[in-house]
Every structure is written in structure tokens, then in C-alpha cells.
Write a protein that binds this ligand. Structure first.
Ligand code: UDP
Length: 151
């Protein structure tokens, strides 16, 4: 079982798409270990996007990610990091395949609705930025053998 950090960015909140995106995540069989609505501060943005702070697009990214509330999700399930990245699509919504979240709901490279950790190491770092350990709740469901059976 693996956990990943998903953010529903300000455009997803503003466009009232959060429920539909969260439904896709649950429909796939993942569960939420943590759910939180918050506003990203410039400090939090720099911490989260540490690898991008010196890039030319960072100032615009910071103004976008701090422009309104977001929803942070800790998503749990088998290969959650990789499978969620596949469900999200490519960074540029216009390059994303139909059936992906970005490919179905967006046309922008910056306002691309959703963030997902890109590795297990990033997931651990990012989950710790948004959630205290006691805010993450482990649950089990009788459905799991049906959802997660290995082949
Ligand atoms: N971004 C942008 N312009 C770019 C590249 C990225 O505004 O040229 C934004 C976009 O919102 C993206 C975020 O910066 O989601 C982080 O970029 P990354 O390359 O990590 O993309 P992701 O992993 O989110 O697909």
C-alpha cells in the first residue's frame, strides 16, 4: 500500500470540479487517508515547489497556487504515486489524453487542475508538508480484497 499527495489546485476549486475529480479517484478504488482545504501562502509554495523556485515560470506559478483555496488529499492504494500520475495526464492539459483528468477538464499548461507527487520520495516529503501524522487516518474496507487482488 502506498500514499501520494494530491492537490486540487485553485482552478479546480474555482471551477467547482473538486467533487468530480475526487469521485474519479474513489471510483478507481483509492481511498482518502487525509482531506484538507487551505490557502497556500508564498512560503508554503516555495517549500512545495522547491525544485521550481529558480525557474522562469515560478513567479506566475506562485501567484496562481496562492490565488485561492486548494484541497489537499492524501490518497492511498496500490502504486498510488504512479497510478495517480497516469490518471492526471501530462503537465500541459493540451497534451493530455482524453480520459485523464487534465485531458478531460483543461486546456492550460499552468492551470492544470491537479498536482500529484512524482515519486515515492516526493510523496513522503509532500505529505509531511500538508498533513501532521495525526491528521492521516488509516482505514480498511471489506472491499479491499476485491479491489486490490494481485494477479
Ligand atoms: N508550470 C507552469 N509552466 C511550465 C511548467 C509548469 O506554469 O512551463 C506549472 C504547472 O502548474 C505545473 C507546475 O508548474 O503543474 C509544476 O510543474 P511540473 O513540471 O512539476 O509539472 P507536474 O508534475 O505538475 O505535471
Amino acid at each position: 500500500m502506498e500514499r501520494t499527495l494530491i492537490l486540487l489546485k485553485p482552478d479546480a476549486v474555482e471551477r467547482r470540479l473538486c467533487g468530480r475529480i475526487m469521485a474519479r479517484i474513489e471510483d478507481r478504488g483509492f481511498k482518502f487517508a487525509g482531506v484538507k482545504m487551505l490557502k497556500v501562502t508564498p512560503e508554503l509554495s516555495r517549500q512545495h515547489y522547491a525544485e521550481h523556485v529558480s525557474k522562469p515560470f515560478y513567479p506566475l506559478l506562485e501567484s496562481f497556487i496562492t490565488s485561492g483555496p486548494i484541497i489537499a488529499l492524501c490518497v492511498e492504494g496500490p502504486e498510488a504515486v504512479r497510478v495517480m500520475r497516469d490518471m492526471m495526464g501530462k503537465t500541459n492539459c493540451r497534451d493530455s489524453a482524453p480520459g485523464t483528468i487534465r485531458g478531460d477538464f483543461g486546456l492550460s499548461r499552468q492551470m492544470n487542475l491537479i498536482h500529484g507527487s512524482d515519486s515515492i520520495e516526493s510523496a513522503a516529503r509532500e505529505i509531511a508538508i500538508y498533513f501532521k501524522p495525526e491528521e492521516l487516518i488509516a482505514t480498511t474496507s471489506a472491499l479491499e480484497p476485491w479491489l486490490y487482488a494481485s494477479d
